[in-house]
Design a protein around this ligand. Structure first.
Ligand code: MN
Length: 329
């Protein structure tokens, strides 16, 4: 039942994103993978096909081409079924068969906590990346889905996968600028490698959010309204800080100095608009002294540019606003 639901959700999204010809190829790949994996199950007992579908779905968010989606659906058939690469080539073309082949060949160690081997697999990943970045995108999405579904595995397996993820996949996701994959992988590793600390942070965040549940949305709406009033073209995105970054910051500075549990990002078109918006925000909310940072005039070492400020809601809950141009972003 749930299998059908996942499949329909996926196909609906495919319909919206691809032309008819690509849609047909994707459906063909889906049916093929379903058949090939038909006797296999995930650890959860669910039909295996839900895994490749989930991997392909993750990639839909990144606007990848149809061949990457097809390769994602087929990414485990070489390794886990009797499929030959030549068959993939005949049915789905050279591009697809090469990506699937690459995915099957770039193996990261199945855990040896040996630093040399980690950097060795990291090196292999980078080489594959240079050849075709789509191989690594499928690898990352594969790992993300595997980490999301680790709960059914043994404790030892969880730790092993998490170490491997921490040492190989997270640095790559970071390097490629897949911020949300990196963030989610970090949170998942945090959960399996530091369960006690993760629970403490979860409890803290839950408590904070219960008290301030409306704040994030209210400020988001206010900021959007403000842009409209000022006739400035822009975008506002709001987020709750991720568990692992809260943890890292709390280790370094103490929990009480985390001002950006709730944070908003305003993207505008010009530098002039950035400063204008900053001034207007300070007019509408109470800024926290000493928390205004101008990384536009003085960019960070890695080239990062943005204006940061921290403000207080009427109830005294701090929130951060980052303002930058789309270009800087
Ligand atoms: Mn897989």
């Amino acid at each position: 039942m749930s299998q059908l639901k996942e499949m329909n959700n996926f196909l609906e999204r495919v319909k919206r994103l691809f032309n008819v010809e690509d849609q047909e190829r994707i459906v063909e790949a889906l049916n093929y993978a379903k058949l090939k994996h038909s006797t296999q199950q995930r650890e959860s007992g669910e039909p295996y096909i839900i895994h490749p579908i989930a991997v392909a779905e993750i990639l839909l968010d990144y606007g990848t081409d149809a061949n990457t989606i097809i390769a994602a659906l087929l990414h485990d058939v070489l390794e886990d079924t009797d499929t030959k690469i030549s068959e993939l080539k005949t049915l789905f073309g050279n591009d697809v068969s090469e990506i699937v082949n690459g995915v099957s060949r770039v193996k990261t160690l199945r855990y040896k906590s040996n630093e040399n081997e980690n950097s060795e697999s990291l090196r292999k990943m980078f080489i594959a990346m240079a050849k075709d970045i789509r191989v690594i995108m499928v690898k990352l999405a594969d790992r993300l889905n595997n980490m999301r579904t680790l709960d059914n595995m043994s404790g030892e397996h969880k730790v092993r996968k998490s170490l491997d993820t921490r040492d190989v996949y997270i640095p790559i996701a970071e390097r490629l600028g897949f911020g949300s994959i990196k963030g989610e992988l970090e949170d998942l590793c945090f959960k399996y490698l530091y369960p006690k600390e993760e629970q403490e942070i979860s409890a803290l965040l839950e408590h904070t959010l219960k008290r301030h549940s409306g704040d994030l949305e209210n400020v988001n709406l206010e900021l959007k309204k403000m842009l409209t009033e000022l006739k400035i073209e822009g975008d506002v995105k709001s987020r709750i800080k991720r568990k692992y970054s809260v943890y890292k910051k709390s280790q370094a500075k103490g929990l009480e100095s985390i001002y950006d549990l709730l944070a908003h990002r305003v993207l505008v078109n010009s530098v002039k608009d950035c400063y204008y918006v900053l001034g207007e925000i300070h007019n509408r909310w109470k800024p926290v002294p000493g928390r205004i940072k101008d990384y536009i005039a003085a960019p960070k070492k890695n080239g990062y540019q943005s204006l940061h400020t921290t403000l207080l809601t009427e109830e005294g809950m701090p929130f951060e606003v980052q303002i930058r141009t789309k270009e800087m972003h």
